[in-house]
Design a protein around this ligand. Structure first.
Ligand SMILES: [Zn+2]
Length: 429
């Protein structure tokens, strides 16, 4: 390449092909960090590594404290003409699913290659995506590509345990004209439905010895009291009715009817065999469609349960209470994954589609994820975004997790072309 000539997109894509070993060695480094969640609290070292790599190639980095032993990292390479050109934010999580070493044929924390397949914990979900980003960033630096638009990267933690890593950074105001979450999507462009967990609590104002049961339940007994485990049946029946009604009335393209569910997932109640249960708590998991939001869904559930409780002679004076979501399944016993609707007409989606077609020579499949990722937080904070990453859902979290090198290379080229084009295109006034 001549020194004076500007690096073209074609030069960049050629470099992606020519330096494949560097991509694989980056993935090997990332896989070698044992960042399982749970137990979590083990990502300071990988974040330090990513921070050092990015600092070396001219990114401004910022570490944001999260839980003890876990940190969030945001990095940015300012564009040469930021105000005029599009900015891009890439997002990925460095935590991986828990490992049962005995079920693996190879060391899960060492990248192993067999033909076209790479094995290692997190290769599909989603250290493969992060390795692509890091590799492209280093090539951009090596080829001295000066992007006019800002290029940003969030290396987050906590996705596997419903922890609010991405939420924390976006809530701090980090944003861009378009965002790509590189989580497992088998190279499909995906939005998602949402998930929220909640606790429904029934509490009696008095605690009774179980010798009072006869007076509570028999004609003429005269004691106005109730067993909270038994009263939880009123709540569960109300939830079942609402779930069935949703299944009948709500639809969203890309989802089988009835995938908007309310699962009574866990129940806890009572004190001791000698007492009438004075408290019961039901933990539910709610799945909702991309065009619905957390606030409306929780309101609908509360109204349904409260209406059923008001029709019960004891519960109407002792209404259920609700606690929704939480910032960590581990620390708060609660999680929220908001929904993400896709806008196929957004210029960012159009540009990504063009890069996809140029590299893969076919149209991308645009649809909905069967699972959830951090992409919903972009929907929640109104940042146009898509989930687009290498690896398949069958491989994510599985033993002997694998990833196709061919797919990883294709992904890397699509993202490289997209970064180049998007950050070279002007923003709308
Ligand atoms: Zn993931």
């Amino acid at each position: 390449m001549e020194e004076s000539k500007l690096t073209s997109k074609e030069d960049l894509l050629q470099a992606v092909d020519d330096n494949q070993d560097q991509l694989l060695s980056m993935l090997d480094r990332l896989v070698s960090f044992e960042t399982m969640s749970p137990p979590a609290r083990n990502t300071a070292a990988i974040q330090q590594f990513i921070d050092d790599e990015l600092t070396k190639i001219g990114f401004q980095t910022k570490r944001v404290p999260f839980y003890e032993g876990d940190e969030l990292l945001s990095a940015e390479k300012k564009g040469t003409d930021s105000s005029q050109y599009h900015s891009l934010l890439l997002n990925g999580h460095v935590d991986v699913a828990t490992v049962d070493r005995d079920s693996w044929n190879t060391d899960p924390f060492k990248l192993t290659r067999e033909g076209d397949l790479l094995f290692g914990r997190g290769v599909s979900d989603m250290k493969g995506g992060i390795a692509s980003f890091m590799y492209i960033f280093s090539l951009l630096s090596k080829l001295k590509v000066e992007l006019p638009g800002d290029l940003k990267f969030q290396s987050v933690v906590g996705e596997e345990a419903g922890e609010a890593g991405t939420k924390t950074l976006l809530k701090n105001g980090e944003s861009a004209d378009f965002a790509v979450v590189g989580d497992t999507s088998n190279l499909n462009f995906q939005g998602q439905g949402g998930v929220i967990t909640g606790w429904i609590t029934l509490k009696s104002p008095h605690i009774y010895h179980d010798g009072n049961r006869a007076a509570m339940i028999t004609t003429g007994g005269g004691l106005k009291a109730a067993n909270m485990i038994e009263k939880m049946m009123v709540v569960i029946q109300a939830l079942e009715k609402l779930e069935r009604y949703w299944g009948i009335t709500k639809r969203y393209p890309g989802f089988a009817p009835g995938t908007d569910t309310i699962n009574p997932a866990y129940i806890k109640g009572g004190l001791h065999p000698a007492y009438i249960p004075s408290e019961a708590k039901l933990w539910i998991t709610v799945h909702f469609y991309p065009n619905e939001n957390v606030d409306d869904i929780t309101k609908e559930i509360e109204e349904q349960v409260i209406a059923a409780a008001k029709a019960d002679p004891w519960l109407r004076d002792n209404l259920p209470t609700f606690t929704w979501g939480g910032d960590s399944l581990l620390a708060d016993k609660g999680e929220v994954f908001p929904s993400l609707e896709l806008d196929p007409e957004h210029p960012g989606m159009k540009a990504l589609e063009k890069s996809f077609v140029d590299v893969a020579d076919k149209m991308p499949t645009i649809g909905m994820s069967p699972s959830v990722s951090d992409s919903g937080w972009f929907g929640y904070y109104h940042i146009p975004a898509v989930d687009f990453g290498p690896g398949t859902m069958e491989q994510a979290h599985s033993d002997n997790e694998s990833l196709s090198i061919k797919q990883l290379m294709e992904y890397t080229k699509i993202i490289a072309a997209f970064i180049y084009d998007w950050c070279h295109s002007k923003g709308e006034e």
